[in-house]
Design a protein around this ligand. Structure first.
Ligand code: ATP
Length: 214
């Protein structure tokens, strides 16, 4: 007959054995899972590289378009070059504080406005990325959205939705070089434009952190 003390000892030993076995099982599971993640990451990396080489060989890299977490596309200079017919003069639609603005058509047929930065060399990569980051946070139905950008050291460009009717400024002061035909606006339309422009400003001043004040 086992004494009560011996029985308790046995019970403790089996409890310790169970705990040790459970810990071992958990650690093996953890090691196996980490190894699985590592292999999966490696395989998908290789897959991405192969795809990149494939598309570069075939010359159709549009499908592999890089997109930031804010949904902003990262274009190559080559893509924007071909979208604007080699930045041809005939595609210049304006000139602003950033630089020349070109009309362009992306490979998927989307019409865009491409702002080509003057003196790109003077602005650092980080500074430009910060600007892109700020612009990509602006989302309002009253503002033109930034669709993407390109930054390859010597070239910095921003890609926006294209305003088919040109900017409001051209309609207020139609004798500029963009050549857009002034719209005939009734008073109701003028009031709507003024109200929506004010809503765009309100968004920039009141709903963006830090506020954009120009
Ligand atoms: N998205 C667009 N679609 C069509 N045309 C555009 C677009 N963006 C700019 N433009 C044209 O390019 C011109 C210059 O625009 P841009 O925004 O660079 O200068 P801006 O209005 O003076 O502003 P900023 O001083 O901030 O650069 C506009 O007046 C307009 O004719």
């Amino acid at each position: 007959m086992e004494t009560g003390e011996a029985y308790q000892k046995k019970e403790r030993a089996s409890l310790v054995a169970i705990v040790v076995l459970a810990c071992l099982a958990l650690s093996s599971l953890f090691v196996a899972f980490s190894y699985y993640c590592y292999i999966r990451n490696k395989v998908s990396k290789r897959h991405r590289i192969n795809k990149k080489f494939d598309c570069e060989e075939k010359g159709d890299c549009q499908e592999q378009q890089e997109v930031t977490d804010k949904g902003i596309q990262v274009f190559t200079f080559k893509q924007l070059h071909s979208a604007t017919g080699g930045f041809s003069k005939s595609n210049v639609v304006g000139h602003g504080g950033f630089g020349l603005v070109y009309r362009g058509v992306l490979s998927n047929g989307r019409k865009v406005a491409i702002k080509f930065m003057d003196n790109a060399g003077k602005q650092g990569e980080e500074e430009f990325k910060m600007e892109v980051e700020l612009l990509s946070r602006l989302r309002s139905p009253y503002l033109l959205s930034l669709l993407g950008y390109c930054s390859d050291n010597s070239h910095k460009l921003l890609v926006y939705e294209f305003m088919a009717n040109g900017g409001l400024q051209e309609h207020l002061y139609p004798n500029n070089r963009s050549g857009s035909v002034p719209l005939r606006l009734d008073w109701e339309t003028r009031m709507r434009i003024a109200l929506e422009a004010a809503k765009g400003l309100e968004y920039l001043h009141e709903h963006v952190t830090p506020p954009v004040i120009h």
